[in-house]
Design a protein around this ligand. Structure first.
Ligand SMILES: Cc1ncc(COP(=O)(O)O)c(C=O)c1O
Length: 395
């Protein structure tokens, strides 16, 4: 039978990137004791009151179809209020679309802004699903190198050099996965100026907005001069430790939302009323879960740095998020080889190359396991790094 080309474009995307993770799972199922530091999922449950609101909403009969539109009306008000507070402008429900997670919001945004013949610019390293959402739209991904020496922050001049007449969208991610970097206001202003000059959209994935340890969050959408070309995407997955609820949104110009609405309705047929109620409730107060996670992940990033001290492995302290990158080149190995060797020592980490060429000297460690496990894992990595080279390669 014949299939549409999207199935070819997306086939196999990402499977190689997760090879260490899948092998770790296979070994764990076979009985090996593996400390898994590959994927990042908040390691605490959502607050009880969120679950209670969700359950009460279901018992109150909010289990039918949503009423359509960009979002359930109360949820749209709650999201608009959050962004009005953040931007200092009046953000209306017409500026909001609800989606099942940032991921779907990314997918729909790319479908609405780029297509075959267009290019989408994205920093390298990048979050693992970006190639897929860009490819799904039929557009081409063009990477802009983010440099380790510069803390992996995107530089406007590097962006501008990568722009061609086919460029349509810059996909930013701040705070950034895997590097934990947060774009500063001057950096966003400079990137924004380039986007204005070349008439580009800015789509910013801000899913880690509430997990910032160091520095201030700034979004292109919050800068009035960029608001007409900027879209902010986020969710409660990280801020409320609630990824399974699949509750996210896109906030942008009213015309963007009006154009995207049929795309969203065609896919989703409205959003789930009981999830909307729980999200509305979640967004009305600062998240206590986010406060806990900020403190926990910062402490664990420091623990990693402490345990690796003097081993030749060089951690890059994140300013936000749930991961830490570690440069392994000092021990004479690439990130990929190091990750496979670490698996033989019972520690599963992601090779940096899974996130792009610029991270190939790094491994990414997830901070979402208990401190004791993380300390044990780092002890093993440090020991491995200190071992004579021949021994490491045999491992
Ligand atoms: C950078 C980034 N964007 C998006 C997502 C997906 O978020 P959501 O659960 O809101 O779809 C993740 C999840 O890890 C992420 O790291």
């Amino acid at each position: 039978m014949r299939y549409a080309s999207i199935t070819d474009r997306l086939r196999g995307l990402g499977s190689g990137k997760w090879a260490v993770h899948f092998e770790a799972r296979r070994r764990a199922e076979a009985g090996d004791a593996i400390i898994e530091l590959t994927i990042g999922e908040p390691d605490i449950p959502p607050e009880d009151d969120l679950l209670d609101v969700c359950s009460a909403s279901m018992h109150a009969g909010r289990t039918g179809y949503g009423i359509g539109g960009g979002a359930d009306p109360e949820l749209a008000e709650a999201i608009a209020a959050k962004y009005s507070r953040r931007t200092g402008r009046t953000i209306l429900p017409a500026n909001v679309l609800a989606f099942p997670g940032t991921q779907t919001a990314l997918y729909a945004s790319m479908m609405g802004l780029a297509e075959r013949g267009d290019e989408v610019l994205v920093g390298d390293p990048l979050y693992a699903t970006y190639a897929g959402v860009i490819g799904a739209a039929g557009a081409e991904m063009r990477t802009v190198a983010l440099h380790a020496a510069n803390g992996f922050h995107m530089r406007a001049e590097d962006l501008e050099r990568a722009i061609t007449p086919r460029s349509r969208v810059v996909l930013l991610n701040s705070p950034h996965n895997p590097t934990g970097a947060i774009l500063t206001r001057p950096e966003i202003e400079a990137i924004g100026e380039v986007c204005r000059r070349h008439d580009l959209w800015i789509v910013c994935d801000e899913v880690y907005e509430e997990l910032i340890f160091e520095g201030r969050f700034v979004s292109p959408f919050d800068l009035p001069e960029l608001a007409e070309r900027s879209v902010a995407l986020s969710s409660i997955s990280k801020s409320h430790a609630a990824p399974g609820f699949r509750s996210g949104w896109a906030v942008g110009p009213a015309e963007f939302c009006a154009r995207l609405l049929p795309v969203s309705e065609t896919m989703l047929f409205g959003n789930q009323p009981f999830i909307a109620d729980m999200t509305t409730y979640a967004l009305t107060e600062p998240s206590p879960t986010a406060a806990t996670l900020r403190e926990t992940y910062k402490r664990r990033a420091e623990l990693v740095a402490d345990r690796l001290e003097g081993s030749g492995l060089a951690p890059l302290m994140p300013d936000a998020g749930m991961f830490i990158l570690v440069d392994v080149s000092g021990v004479g190995m690439g990130g990929e080889a190091f990750a496979w060797a670490a698996l033989d020592k019972g520690v599963a980490v992601m090779p940096g190359a899974s996130f792009g060429e610029q991270a190939k000297d790094f491994i990414r460690i997830s901070l979402t396991v208990p401190d004791e496990d993380l300390a044990e894992a780092c002890g093993r990595l440090a020991e491995m790094a200190r071992a004579p080279r021949t021994e490491r390669q045999i491992a």
